[in-house]
Design a binder for this molecule. Structure first.
Ligand code: HEC
Length: 115
């Protein structure tokens, strides 16, 4: 009985979480990835160089991005360049839920600033 209830609750929770993480990205999950040094198989967190997302407040609204490894035309490419060259990790699939979560987190930084 207890197992059944646990299972039911987990399905419910998954059902509630799935639309947020796959469609628009989940800023809270993105923040957790941003702060986790091991998130991309590298050794540094994004937060190490961008503490609290500082300096990325406008990154959700730009048309061109600039990272130490070069300029890009999409935010996802900029994130991947930092993952590979700064974090020394593995690039994410630009359509992955993780990428959507990080994008959501970065976009949330701009909203916070404007208030
Ligand atoms: C070793 C330091 C370092 C790490 C780690 C790092 N970055 Fe960066 N990142 C930079 C620097 C330096 C820039 C260039 C900043 C600038 O030109 O204003 C940059 C630029 C960016 C930009 C483009 C900003 C813009 O306005 O064009 C984004 C987006 C970004 N980083 C996201 C990330 C994410 C996400 C991670 C983690 C996966 C990460 N960075 C990890 C140093 C780092």
């Amino acid at each position: 009985m207890k197992l059944l209830r646990t299972l039911l609750m987990s399905f419910l929770a998954l059902g509630l979480m799935a639309p947020a993480s796959f469609a628009a990205g989940n800023a809270a999950k993105g923040k957790a990835l941003f702060n986790n040094p091991k998130a991309f198989g590298g050794s540094t967190s994004c937060n190490f160089c961008h503490p609290g997302g500082k300096g990325l407040e406008d990154a959700g609204m730009q048309k061109e991005w600039s990272t130490p490894a070069g300029k890009t035309r999409t935010l996802e490419e900029a994130i991947n360049l930092c993952i590979v060259n700064a974090n020394r990790g593995k690039a994410l699939d630009v359509k992955s839920a993780q990428m959507a979560d990080i994008v959501a987190y970065i976009k949330s930084l701009g909203k916070k600033k404007k208030k």
